[in-house]
Design a protein around this ligand. Structure first.
Ligand code: NAD
Ligand code: TYD
Length: 361
């Protein structure tokens, strides 16, 4: 990895990845291509903005000409593809945007890489890699006693988001199989940590709890996710790119599988401890059951045996240590919270999503 094109680097995981990768390898240069949708913000990257080895380009991954010019101009050898529409509830409201970005956008990147790397032969084939960042949600849902998802679990996506990510995974696989494009795919479980947009469970609950608003639990709150602290995910991606085999998929997970209600109760307990003077203590009194998500997947769990054996990765953070770091980060970054949460689009989303579930906002 010398010249890296990161797509979606102004979002949650992409910004954490850039912050992780830049200092780890002094020779690396990063170009961040991001459309700055509602989910992307340069506020996530203020600390790297002036680094000479970092370049930001505002643009859409569906713009193939732009992608071609970036690949050529910066002699890109590695693409790390994060850019996506990423929120399941929004995919239920507006599936079209998910197909455009997640499927058509991925095809545009693959087409441009094929052109520059395979047809123009701009770089030795052994030096290039397209890494696709995907999700465990492509595998669908597990029954309580089912074994965890492995790389051979059949795809069975249940939401428009999961279906769009599954489609993009298939395209990446097909570009390897048909054209010989060097690729790797990681299918990761739910991430949490600094800079996560507050539409997702953990930051939404934190922001609501800090302002004394209801904590909306969908359905019975017994749905299970496999939570992973974001820097662990970043480390896994780097190891898979540098040590993983081309054409392979690797599942990434946190080995942490509590029910949603337990996660929210743990966040409330942390806030009670860290903000003891809050008028909203005990924060768990804010918990509020609301209408469930249509088609809500019940349980995800990830078998990480392959990534552990082949590239030596396993998570460093436990759920307790990761949640504590996350709560401390949100408590210390009230300016970031204010800037992100004042966006009109965000307020409109909260109103739309939670009013229909029976929580007024
Ligand atoms: P995010 O929603 O926080 O960020 C997405 C970023 O992509 C934003 O900066 C946005 O501006 C950018 N973007 C959207 N459409 C674009 C377009 N057409 N062109 C260029 N940029 C565009 O997402 P995230 O949570 O950081 O997730 C990143 C990737 O990881 C996604 O592909 C997602 O499917 C995958 N993933 C996420 C999780 C999770 O728990 N968050 C878990 C597994 C996999
Ligand atoms: P989310 O963070 O949206 O991630 P994903 O749907 O990709 O897993 O949701 C995580 C879990 O939390 C999921 O089971 C839905 C649930 N959830 C709630 O109970 N209340 C909420 O307000 C949100 C946003 C999510």
């Amino acid at each position: 990895m010398q010249n890296v094109l990161v797509t979606g680097g102004a979002g949650f995981i992409g910004s954490n990845f850039i912050r992780y990768l830049l200092p780890s390898e002094p020779q690396i240069k990063i170009v961040n291509l991001d459309a700055l949708t509602y989910a992307g913000s340069l506020e996530n990257l203020t600390d790297v903005a002036n680094e000479p080895r970092y370049t930001f380009v505002q643009g859409n991954i569906c713009n193939e000409e732009l992608v071609l010019s970036l690949l050529r101009q910066h002699r890109i050898d590695t693409v790390v593809h994060f850019a996506a529409e990423s929120h399941v509830d929004r995919s239920i409201s507006n599936p079209h945007q998910f197909i455009e970005t997640n499927v058509v956008g991925t095809l545009s990147l693959l087409t441009a890489c094929r052109r520059v790397w395979l047809e123009e032969k701009a770089l030795p084939l052994a030096a290039v890699r397209f890494h696709h960042v995907s999700t465990d949600e492509v595998y669908g849902t597990l029954q309580p006693t089912d074994p965890a998802f492995s790389e051979t679990t059949p795809y069975a996506p249940n939401s428009p988001y999961a279906a769009s990510k599954a489609s993009s995974d298939h395209l990446v696989r097909a570009y390897h199989h048909t054209y010989g494009l060097p690729v790797t795919i990681t299918n990761c479980s739910n991430n949490y940590g600094p800079y996560q947009f507050p539409e997702k469970l953990i930051p939404l609950m934190l922001l609501n709890a800090l302002t004394g608003q209801p904590l909306p639990i969908y359905g019975d709150g017994q749905q299970i996710r496999d939570w992973l602290y974001v820097s662990d995910h970043c480390e896994a991606i780097k190891l898979v790119i540098t040590q993983g085999r081309s054409g392979e998929t690797y599942n990434i997970g946190g080995n942490n599988q509590p029910a949603n209600l337990e996660i929210v109760q743990e966040l409330c307990a942390l806030l009670d401890e860290l903000v003891p003077d809050s008028p909203h203590c005990p924060h768990k009194s804010l918990i509020h059951y609301v209408a469930d998500r249509p088609g809500h997947d019940r349980r995800y769990a990830i078998d990480i045996a392959k990534v552990k054996t082949e590239v030596g990765w396993e998570p460093r953070e436990s759920l307790i240590s990761g949640l504590r770091k996350t709560v401390n980060w949100y408590l210390a970054n009230s300016e970031w919270i204010a800037k992100i949460s004042q966006q009109k689009n965000y307020q409109q989303w909260l109103h739309k999503n939670y009013q229909q579930r029976g929580v007024q906002k």
